[in-house]
Design a protein around this ligand. Structure first.
Ligand code: C2E
Ligand code: CA
Ligand code: CA
Ligand code: CA
Length: 282
């Protein structure tokens, strides 16, 4: 079978049937993962280009699988979305983020905000907003420390329900970010009809932004569009100094990517923040 580049292990070298068996096995393991406390949040810092400081981090889930090691979300989030388990996983993510925010109180990290990812499927849950409110209350964390990242898919289907969920979230005081902006095929109308706080330009535009005219034009246009609407812009997947320089020159607000830091566990994040080594050129 064909090599797929990433570490997709046996999935592609075994037959369809074996793959289905693996999926079922993984789904079964997934049902145990929460009880066994096997999920962990990694955090990737976002560098504020105005202040050269880090005020926010994105939480990215990982699964310490008992036999397969540390699994990235691509290996289990799509599966969890299909089976519906994503709802309880999402609940754990929000709870874990709130717990982390509470743990940072009274430390040098207490100003940090955490952005969590919510898939469209999670918005289907009528109890989502109540669950988030309860998690914030339980940890005595203010809602404006929490940000929610959603992709444009939520503006394509179930629009009325989703917009209602979003406005309830916003009433709560949670900040809203549009993830993977520019690849979602949805209309821009929601930017007019709905107040988002942040646009995250998809990595596919950033990769060659310093070399390719078209990517540069699109990225500049997105930044201008957002700023004219009073929305801040994050560039994702920033890996090079050339990309960083371009984004600085064009007044992008925040950058996130391997150039600053990979996603890392909380203890490691605290260490690198304390050492102040995340700011390139500083
Ligand atoms: P995303 O939200 O678009 O997250 C960005 C992904 O790009 C992350 O992959 C991150 O590790 C990776 N990344 C960050 N900087 C760079 C860079 O400079 N270069 C490159 N090549 N990649 C970079 P990760 O952690 O594997 O997450 C993949 C996706 O899984 C996320 O995409 C998000 O859609 C989903 N996901 C992660 N955590 C959660 C979660 O708690 N809940 C839900 N529903 N989805 C999640
Ligand atoms: Ca994200
Ligand atoms: Ca993204
Ligand atoms: Ca994505």
């Amino acid at each position: 079978a064909k090599e797929q580049g990433r570490n997709t292990y046996q999935f592609y070298t075994e037959g369809m049937q074996d793959r289905e068996v693996l999926r079922l096995e993984l789904d079964k393991d997934l049902s145990q993962a929460l009880t066994n406390n096997e999920f962990v949040l990694y955090y990737q810092p976002q560098l504020d280009l105005d202040s050269s400081e880090i005020h926010s981090v994105e939480a990215l889930i990982r699964w310490h699988h008992p036999r397969r090691g540390l699994l990235p979300p691509i290996e289990f989030i799509p599966l969890a979305e299909e089976s519906g388990r994503i709802t309880e996983i999402g609940r754990w993510v929000v709870m874990a983020a709130c717990r982390q925010l509470a743990a940072w109180k009274g430390t040098p990290y207490e100003h940090l905000k955490i952005a969590v990812n919510l898939s469209g499927r999670e918005l289907d849950d009528e109890k989502l907003v109540d669950n988030i409110r309860e998690a914030l209350d339980a940890e005595n964390v203010s809602a404006d420390r929490l940000e929610v990242e959603l992709t444009e898919e939520i503006f394509i289907q179930n629009i009325e329900h989703n917009l209602n969920q979003l406005s309830r979230l916003r009433q709560l005081g949670v900040h809203l970010a549009i993830d993977d902006f520019g690849v979602g095929y949805s209309s821009l109308g929601y930017l007019r009809d709905f107040p988002v706080d942040l646009l995250k330009i998809d990595r596919s535009f950033i990769t060659d932004v310093a070399e390719r005219h078209d990517d540069a034009v699109i990225t500049r246009a997105v930044i201008n569009l957002a700023h004219n609407l009073g929305i801040q812009v994050v560039a994702e997947g920033v890996e090079t100094e050339a990309q960083l320089t371009f984004l600085k020159n064009h007044r992008c607000n925040l950058v996130q990517g391997y150039l600053i830091s990979r996603p890392i566990p909380a203890e490691e994040l605290e260490k690198v923040l304390a050492e102040g080594i995340l700011v390139p050129g500083a």
